[in-house]
Write a protein that binds this ligand. Structure first.
Ligand SMILES: NC(=O)c1ccc[n+]([C@@H]2O[C@H](COP(=O)([O-])OP(=O)(O)OC[C@H]3O[C@@H](n4cnc5c(N)ncnc54)[C@H](OP(=O)(O)O)[C@@H]3O)[C@@H](O)[C@H]2O)c1
Length: 217
């Protein structure tokens, strides 16, 4: 699959490397495709990647991954032109400069992106774990869970397989309006683990009992 990754930073670079290892073609959409930093990230993908503008990357890909800071999301999405029909994977968290969530309850970042990218199939994913967990999702024998929401059944299938490609366990939590809960969920790792405990090595895992195990008496 050809995947456009808009933003070649911590999240974009990590996902690009992981998906390149799984055999996908990666097109990074960068504001300076020739910068040293972008060239190093492209090189780390081992020949399976190149960098161009966000608009060209999006036009040539099946899936567009948004991995930029919230403050540039609107201009970046608008700069990509017509995204109708594309699957957009939104990894962003709508934070201000003090790392506070600026949307919620009645709307969300994911829904705002869907409003801008008219006709695109927006799926929220990869916003509730750190890039370190995307790089290595294994905790002992158990992979971390990747919650996602939005899209139609075909796009959900694509996103599930991309989540599995990086070794995580997908969990569909519903329609795009569920971003109103996935974005606040990310605040637990951002404030408690990233900031207070200063570590990216915490992940969420969903536990499920079988009906036999659920019988306690
Ligand atoms: N860090 C995490 O563990 C984590 C986990 C889950 C979700 N997220 C979310 O994912 C998003 C990215 O986070 P990050 O940690 O990867 O940030 P980051 O390392 O700062 O990367 C952001 C990237 O966006 C690029 N960018 C900025 N303006 C751009 C533009 N106009 N066009 C194209 N690219 C542009 C930056 O390029 P330059 O180098 O040129 O500035 C940079 O490469 C954020 O919304 C964050 O909340 C982060």
């Amino acid at each position: 699959m050809r995947i456009a990754i808009i933003g070649a930073g911590n999240v974009g670079g990590t996902l690009g490397r992981r998906w390149a290892q799984a055999g996908h073609d990666i097109l990074f959409g960068a504001r300076d495709p020739g910068s040293t930093k972008t060239r190093e990230i492209v090189a780390s993908c081992g020949g399976q990647a190149r960098a161009t503008s966000p608009a060209e990357a999006a036009a040539r890909a099946d899936v567009v991954v948004l991995a930029v800071g919230w403050h540039v999301v609107q201009p970046v999405v608008e700069s990509m032109g017509d995204l109708a029909g594309k699957i957009i994977i939104d990894c962003t968290n709508p934070l201000d400069e003090n790392l506070q969530l600026i949307h919620g309850h009645h709307s969300s970042g994911g829904e705002m992106i869907a409003d801008i990218a008219v006709g695109a199939r927006v799926v929220k994913a990869f916003n509730t774990v750190t890039w370190e967990v995307m790089a290595n999702p294994d905790f002992g024998d158990e992979p971390a869970t990747m919650f996602y929401c939005g899209g139609d059944s075909a796009s959900a299938e694509v996103v599930e397989s991309l989540i599995r490609d990086i070794g995580m366990e997908p969990c569909n939590v519903g329609g795009l309006e569920m971003c109103r809960y996935l974005e606040p969920l990310a605040m637990i790792w951002i404030l408690e683990f990233r900031i207070r405990r200063q570590s990216g090595d915490y992940g969420f895992r969903l536990l499920k009992r079988t009906s036999a195990e659920a019988k306690t008496e």
